[in-house]
Write a protein that binds this ligand. Sequence first.
Ligand SMILES: *[C@@H]1O[C@H](CO)[C@@H](O)[C@H](O)[C@H]1NC(C)=O
Ligand SMILES: *[C@@H]1O[C@H](CO)[C@@H](O)[C@H](O)[C@H]1NC(C)=O
Ligand SMILES: *[C@@H]1O[C@H](CO)[C@@H](O)[C@H](O)[C@H]1NC(C)=O
Ligand SMILES: *[C@@H]1O[C@H](CO)[C@@H](O)[C@H](O)[C@H]1NC(C)=O
Ligand SMILES: *[C@@H]1O[C@H](CO)[C@@H](O)[C@H](O)[C@H]1NC(C)=O
Length: 369
Amino acid sequence: MIKSLFRALAAVIVVQASEAIPAPSATSSPETETTNPNFGPVPGLSQLFDDYTGLAPPFPANVTKPVPATAIGNPAPDDALWQNLLAAEWIIYSFYQLAVTTFNASSFTTLGLPNNTFQRVTEIRDNEAGHLRIFQDKISRFSVKPGACEYDFPLDGQATNFLALSTLIEIASMVFLTGLVQEARDDTAKGALTAISQVETRHEIWSLLEVWGVDPFGGPSDTVFPYPNEILDITNRFVVPGSCPHANPPFPNPSQNLPRIGIASWTDSVTVGSTVQLNFTDPDNQPHFEKNAEYYAVFFHGVDVISAPLVMTQRPEQPPNATIPAEFEAKGVVIMVIATMRGAPTLSSVVAGPAIFLQQPAELGIKVI
Ligand SMILES: *[C@@H]1O[C@H](CO)[C@@H](O)[C@H](O)[C@H]1NC(C)=O
Ligand SMILES: *[C@@H]1O[C@H](CO)[C@@H](O)[C@H](O)[C@H]1NC(C)=O
Ligand SMILES: *[C@@H]1O[C@H](CO)[C@@H](O)[C@H](O)[C@H]1NC(C)=O
Ligand SMILES: *[C@@H]1O[C@H](CO)[C@@H](O)[C@H](O)[C@H]1NC(C)=O
Ligand SMILES: *[C@@H]1O[C@H](CO)[C@@H](O)[C@H](O)[C@H]1NC(C)=O
């Protein structure tokens, strides 16, 4: 019974897949290129992912189409996780590739930054291309490997905008990786995710030291946040709506589509101890607060979680304030969600957010993604 159901389901999947993506023709061989982990430069074995300086997209970013599953069967336990991560990596890689093709060495030296800044940005682009390849290889042949969408980054051609956004993107990467580690089934996946998070942190450390000229350390622990797809949802704002290939799974998968939290434009500071007025920035996706129900602002920093009752204003149109716990050290990153329970112990207890409050560099603290 289960077997025949599965066969029927598999047949449906095959029909849908062949409608969405043309089957590879006998002459072209995208299958061997993208599904064979030994094809092309291999991360860890090739300098391409370290110090390629070209403007053309490095492998595997020179092939942006999704790669269809090549066999029918149950997806591997961590396939959905790696698909989410690969889709996120297309965003991050594309951000750095845009920088490499928009700026040059003098874009950064004119800001008074070291003369190797552009070189470092290029190296980060190369590392991110290596991540694309690693994540493609981690997805089993039973699952599609997501391709690139179109992206829109608010750079306005300014190297300073790029540097600020890059700090936020590296922090967000580190944070969703700490969550994905908790979801991974395979121990080898947990190890790989940890190793990748170290690379994002190395990028971040370089930026804190060389670009921002601040203390690179973020306290004894970076921030652990248990719900990585909520962070991935934030990065989704860089994806041009409707631009993703049809064969891509939804991103993130699953998504709670939570109301986004920003802060009032007049906010001066998001350092620990500050009270900020929240702003639910998407008019089409506002939180719904039940009358007489309790809500909490739940803050994550390091390995700690601090909750405070959310105090509603009298006027329903005005979002509540929240105070970033003064107990936290003024280091690293603080993440806030609004939840129905203290500590936001379950995914479904989260009803809005997250908001990310950067404590370092202080110059960027005001920018919240
Ligand atoms: C992408 O790059 C790889 C490795 O350099 C190369 O073998 C392949 O032909 C390229 N594919 C396309 C479509 O450019
Ligand atoms: C960098 O780009 C600017 C503006 O396009 C150009 O004027 C300058 O010559 C370039 N500098 C280098 C070192 O390529
Ligand atoms: C880059 O900066 C370093 C250190 O300030 C300096 O020694 C070196 O000559 C500079 N290189 C170029 C090509 O300007
Ligand atoms: C809240 O966000 C909306 C949408 O981004 C923006 O138009 C509005 O000015 C913001 N309000 C404040 C007080 O910052
Ligand atoms: C907090 O909320 C109150 C009432 O809505 C508002 O008057 C006050 O200015 C807010 N405080 C801060 C620091 O935003």
